[in-house]
Write a new protein. Sequence first.
Length: 379
Amino acid sequence: MLLQQLSASRKGLVAIPKGYPITPPELSLNPRSSPMRKFNEENERIKRKYLHHLRCAQRKDTATVQKAAEGILRFEARTNFADFKRFHIEQVIKFQDRINSEVSKATGKPLAKSTIRSILAANKGFFFWLADQPGYKSRIRHSDADYFNMDAKGQRVASAVRETPYPSMEMVRHVFDAMPTETEQDRRNKAVIAFLMLTGARDGAIASLRLKHINMIDGYVFQDARDVRTKNSKTITTYFLPVDAVYHECFADWVAFLRKKKLFGPDDPLFPPLKVGVVDGAMKVVGFERQCYKNANAIRKLVKDAFKTADLPEYTPHAFRKTLVKWADHAYPTREAFKAFSQNIGHSSVVTTISAYYPVSLERQGELVKAASPASQAK
């Protein structure tokens, strides 16, 4: 069932044998011009067992299992789908050379070091596990998995923290003001932007929130991990931030609209998907569905489209978190207040908030260090 779900999550791929849950874009074939790609039945059986182990024994989520399957398939394809029992370290050495020089068809650029690290880690974990399996333990050693290690330079590049762009408060307000409100879909889209500014919630959580999680009287959203797709399944109580009042007004109107006009109940979605039906022989939007989005793709697209329409860079929902951290640095000047804000956006430690969302540039570092007052120097 797991592999069927993984396979169904990838659209537009050729028919593949049971046991291949994932096909990376670089390895997929055009069904109109190419025959079905090769596979190895023995490999399929052991891969299926490993993916089941990841999901059910190590309790990895679907996305992690999917990445592992993609990484293993890349290695297998580069060995011409040779039986894993014929594994030898020269295969890994050649594989490392290939992926380090490989160009992504999506971007036309070399694969990112973080992508390469993910691929190698997936294979390292698989072959370390394989060394304990009957029929393989006499052919593969645990130490063989070390050949999938990334070189130290590549690891530093892959783990380097880089500044990512984010919208200013003024940019968000400009986008918000430019959004129409003529249709129910328009009102929903605008309410999403307002909610992002009020909470800084992650897109996965936003896509899975229900009306029962919203408390408009006390002004907070209860991100219950039993129902809401929060990061690391953490339950978070997020009070609405005192940013521009127009965001609170817009969101409050949206919640009232759902409850009073659409007659949505506690278990109905906060931001429902569109319901499409046949009207006068044509497919048109006829309202909202009463189940949550299965993933956050629609929420991300909605936000990007709003910025694009306003002729601004297409920021993601996650970028709003950096916007709010920048705002909070001035809005909450005491340590206690900023700690409260940090908890409010789901961080257990203020260090996470500062290091991940409010890094100090080298230029600013120099300015702050040099700006020490004479009085402090005398002490």
